[in-house]
Write a protein that binds this ligand. Structure first.
Ligand SMILES: [Zn+2]
Length: 313
């Protein structure tokens, strides 16, 4: 079968009952930041690849029943040039000759599958028995190194605070943060492999507000590890809750766990009026209940989560 227009593959004719479907496909690299983006650094000619599958771009990379509530375990095998490093949701293993495998993921939605490959510059540490890494393209290495202490100490402080608040262990096996080139958004909460636009690797003097904003983005994506990745919306019409909660948690946790204790002032100045403006539109959502999830139930989708309500404080 050939992949049809729009990367959709119609399934016609299967009789009712269980089936096994095998799809072999050659897919194109992307230059739009959607799917498997390929970038060659003009500074040194090195090439980097990374996936961005949110919201519905898994189909640009692999065959999947691409709905947030249809979760699966994913296995990944990569053959890459010998000097590359391959990052993925799970920890990766190099078997020689550029062949890599990634640990099988827990149940995750297709839009959360991630791989990033290239000759990354990496700084690593261990925290709470898990490997933590930050990564950027080689040409930015001095700038990442200059901020590595701040980035990793902020990350681990936020991580500890989320553990205290959520009362549920981090559900994945590693925490990599890759600062990737030509990224369309601010960051993406892929489990175990968060991607950020690499303008967050500061190349010149910046204000403390910019450092604070970067910490909020780190905290926002980390909140999604629990609420968004472990517990996931049934359908995209609840994305507002996914994002609003991560943003709320981001500011709250930065205020609690980092030196930017004043961050709610930034929120008031930079975010609150945005919410007031959105609230005046016909598309606004009544927030009848705040559903803080009980992760102990390890529920997969929002509707189950909603049975347990916690006061938001
Ligand atoms: Zn988010």
């Amino acid at each position: 079968m050939g992949i049809r227009d729009g990367n959709r593959l119609p399934l016609t004719g299967p009789a009712p009952g269980p089936h096994e479907l095998t799809v072999e496909a050659d897919m194109a690299y992307s230059r739009t930041g959607e799917g498997m983006h390929r970038f060659t650094d003009p500074a040194d000619g090195e090439t980097y690849l990374y996936t961005q599958l949110f919201l519905d771009d898994a189909r640009r990379v692999f065959a999947a029943f691409d709905q947030p509530d249809l979760k699966a375990h994913f296995d990944l095998t990569v053959t890459a040039p010998p000097h590359w490093t391959v990052l993925a949701n799970g920890t990766t293993t190099h078997h020689g000759d550029g062949r890599w495998t990634a640990a099988t993921t827990p149940l995750i939605s297709p839009y959360l599958v991630a791989v990033a490959a290239g000759p990354w510059h990496t700084v690593r540490t261990d925290h709470r028995g898990l490997p933590f890494g930050i990564h950027c393209r080689r040409s930015l290495a001095p700038h990442l190194d200059a901020d590595a202490t701040e980035l990793l100490s902020t990350t681990t402080a936020l991580f500890d605070r989320y553990h205290e608040k959520f009362d549920e262990p981090y559900p994945f096996d590693s925490y990599d943060q890759a600062f990737v080139p030509e990224f369309n958004a601010g960051a993406m909460e892929n489990p175990g492999l968060v991607t950020f636009r690499d303008s967050y690797v500061f190349r010149s003097a910046v204000t403390d507000a910019e450092r604070c904003s970067r910490a909020v983005t780190i905290a926002h994506e980390m909140a999604h590890m629990w609420f968004g990745d472990l517990v996931t919306l049934t359908w995209w019409d609840d994305i507002w809750l996914n994002e609003s909660f991560a943003e709320y948690m981001g500011y709250q946790t930065v205020a609690e766990a980092t030196r930017w204790t004043h961050v709610w002032t930034d929120f008031a100045a930079g975010r609150k009026d945005w919410g007031y403006d959105a609230d005046q539109r016909p598309t606004t959502h009544p927030l009848s209940r705040i559903h803080i999830c009980s992760l102990k139930h390890k529920t997969v989708c929002w509707p189950q989560v909603r049975r347990t309500e916690y006061p938001m404080s």
